[in-house]
Design a protein around this ligand. Structure first.
Ligand SMILES: [Zn+2]
Length: 140
């Protein structure tokens, strides 16, 4: 993942603060099967009602379908999701674990008092019991 995508996720998190932002990670699964390449992000508005926006992110099915269609038109796949944690660490919550699927990458950016800080990527363990942090490598 290039710095540009990381910066765009951070900027989206700051823009939507104090609400959570969310979006899709578009790219390809590495041919060697050892990781994913994210070449583009696809911002999505937060579908939750005002009250819940701070702590819960949700992507509507039609928004996901639109994102997948857009990705397909550019020869990309949805390889993961991102969202922000306003005034909370960049660690997935129990809610995030309940609503995640294996294989995808989940990037969480911590936004503290309006400024993006840590940005970490997580992948759910296949038995769905926990997330493991995955390294974000610098791409071009
Ligand atoms: Zn979360």
């Amino acid at each position: 993942m290039a710095a540009q995508q990381r910066n765009e996720i951070a900027a989206h998190g700051e823009r939507d603060y104090p609400n959570e932002c969310c979006g899709l990670l578009l790219g390809n699964i590495s041919e060697k099967g050892d990781g994913k390449v994210c070449t583009e992000i696809y911002p999505i508005s937060n579908a939750r009602e005002e009250e819940a926006k701070r702590t819960r992110f949700l992507i509507r099915p039609e928004e996901l379908m639109q994102g997948e269609k857009y990705a397909g038109s550019k020869g990309l796949d949805v390889v993961g999701f991102y969202h922000s944690h306003p005034d909370h660490p960049a660690v997935p919550s129990a809610y995030d674990l309940d609503h995640a699927w294996p294989v995808y990458s989940y990037i969480v950016v911590a936004v503290k008092t309006g400024r993006a800080e840590a940005l970490l990527s997580w992948e759910m363990q296949l038995d769905r019991s926990r997330f493991n942090e995955e390294e974000i490598l610098n791409g071009s």
